[in-house]
Ligand binder design. Sequence first.
Ligand code: FE
Length: 294
Amino acid sequence: MASVTQLGYLGLSVGNVDEWERFATQVLGLQSNGRDADGSLFLRMDEYHHRFTVHPTAKDDIAYLGWEVSTEQAMQTLATQLTTAGVAVQPGTAAEAEARRVAGLIKCTDPSGIATEIFYGPLVTYERPFQSPRPISGFKTAGQGLGHFVIFVNDFEQSLNFYREALGMRISDFVNFSPAPGVTLRVAFFHCNPRHHSIAFIQMPQAPKRLHHFMLQANSLDDVGSTYYLCQAQHVPIVMNLGKHTNDHMVSFYLKTPSGFAAEYGWGAREVDDATWQVQVHSAGSMWGHQGQL
Ligand code: FE
């Protein structure tokens, strides 16, 4: 089965791009790469021209996500796989590819209506290395993509089929937890490279936002610690305290973005080797910590 290779980029629709630029650069430590003609802000975290595009379209939610493949041929193979799975696929225009700074893309929607793009050929700028505005060591993206994100979906089984059968991703594990007596939620985690998960989802059709959080993985525990205390000093709301997850073993905390959804700032996740990985089930999200309510 053909598979996407990494989460390449995320598009966010936000109410206040200026506030996002300050937050992303001064708190998260991302690097601004300027604005497009329509006012959209590009944010870097590695050699890619951008990993986030922040659009002034005021939904304060995910706008689209971009899954990378290695070549144009791989993109066409995936288009065929999507079509076979009953997903309508549209070719991206040259103008759309230019806007995303990629060589080419195709477009579809996931079963919850989230705009999904599959692209190849990102613009990379080795001649202008990523430089964080904050004194941090940087982000782990090589071979693993941007990070991960968690969304609320309308239908668990339909989403499972889409991400597994159409995009070719593999299940890492499930976390079943009970936020209230008599209520059980099931979270499914998927990988497409050694990163434990690039996407996870929870069935919650009534959720006011699709995006629950995105995760950035720092290169050092010091980066997580210094960012944690920077949030406290600058009164950036922390929605879950430091903790360690059961499934990916990430040490992280969650802070509130200007759009209301959270950003997870983590370090030290274990990696998946498809040759030996076995799907697991967890009944708790964290080994320790992560106190708070997302
Ligand atoms: Fe996470």
